[in-house]
Write a protein that binds this ligand. Structure first.
Ligand SMILES: [Zn+2]
Length: 339
């Protein structure tokens, strides 16, 4: 039996409030990043960064994380619109930071004809190699079919005033071994079967805290989604049933990700869905956005769908989830809007 003091040391004790802030940041004409902060009594207990993007004079993510210890950096996949400037976040890693990246992304199976992407992958690879040999030693997690990645952290919150305990869990669903081992990607199919299209590396992950369920889909596309769908828990008490509070819509709302609705077949409500834009690919598609609207919640975009000349360089959709009172507040900043 543990004594009370030991018990308290292992739990985070809530005095007044426990809130989760999700900042979905989207740039013009492309680029996305997400910051998640878990705050107990207004103090950040966990800070996660999923992807990174910046322009020469706009670096909103650095502003959001400048005073935080970063617990998790997730590099979802090696595409410019998710990685540009990412080394600035990697530099902030400490020995307590988990860096999550798709296995094989920086190994031989990866190839690309895009020099910009090659440069980024090289930079990331350099950092990861450097960290492996440094005293800083962040925890490097090659992500492939992995489960709860927070198992070694202090992830329980206890409400001492009103009673109640809330557990934090971060789980990954992709990339999937089958897809990576098959070594095919739509773009390269038939040319070189060892080369995998970038989006197939995409890390999809969920964060749960008590009843709150958040899903980050990166640029996951249908080949992978079909495999993920075979493995997920759609039972009444599983993640993929009833209500999901937040979904980052995969691949900027493209038609290539419509298999997501097989994953959501037991989900009655997607309370808040958020997409970023990719102007040159004309994303998001309204037909896909309509399917999210059919799930009885609100849909947001970090940009106006119609481009106009007064457009700003980025938009942020900020969701603040109150865990104890089970409420949510939404703020749309810059170009962001409900659609
Ligand atoms: Zn993308």
């Amino acid at each position: 039996m543990k004594n009370l003091q030991e018990y308290n040391m292992e739990k985070n004790l809530i005095r007044n409030e426990l809130k989760v802030e999700v900042y979905t940041v989207g740039f013009e004409p492309m680029g996305e990043s997400i910051v998640v902060k878990i705050k107990m009594d207004k103090i950040t207990m966990f800070c996660f960064v999923i992807d990174y993007y910046e322009t020469e004079d706009e670096k909103p993510i650095l502003q959001l994380i400048k005073d935080e210890q970063i617990d998790l950096i997730c590099i979802t996949h090696p595409d410019l619109d998710h990685c540009l400037g990412l080394e600035k976040v990697l530099q902030l890693a400490t020995k307590d930071t988990i860096i999550l990246y798709p296995d094989k992304m920086i190994e031989k199976k990866y190839d690309s004809s895009d020099q910009n992407i090659i440069k980024i992958v090289e930079k990331i690879s350099e950092f990861l190699t450097l960290y492996r040999n440094s005293s800083k030693k962040p925890q490097l997690e090659k992500c492939i079919d992995r489960k709860n990645i927070m198992e070694n952290k202090n992830t329980s919150f206890v409400d001492i005033k009103r009673g109640g305990e809330y557990h934090l869990e971060v789980k990954t669903y992709s990339p999937v071994t089958e897809i990576i081992d098959r070594g095919i990607g739509k773009i390269n199919l038939g040319k070189n079967p060892k080369i995998i299209e970038n989006n197939e590396f995409s890390i999809m992950l969920s964060i749960t805290l008590g009843k709150l369920k958040l899903l980050f889909c990166s640029d996951i596309e249908d080949d992978t989604i079909v495999e993920v769908n075979k493995k997920i828990d759609k039972s009444e008490n599983g993640f993929f049933a009833k209500v999901i509070d937040y979904v980052k819509i995969p691949h900027h709302g493209s038609e290539g990700s419509k298999e997501m609705f097989t994953i959501f077949s037991n989900v009655r409500k997607l309370s808040n869905s958020v997409t970023t834009i990719y102007r040159s690919k004309k994303l998001p598609r309204e037909s896909i956005i309509d399917k999210y609207k059919e799930k009885n919640g609100k849909v947001y975009c970090t940009s106006k769908l119609e481009k106009n000349k007064n457009i700003e360089k980025y938009g942020i959709v900020k969701h603040t989830f109150d865990i104890i009172n089970e409420t949510v507040e939404t703020e749309e900043l810059g170009n962001a809007t409900e659609i």
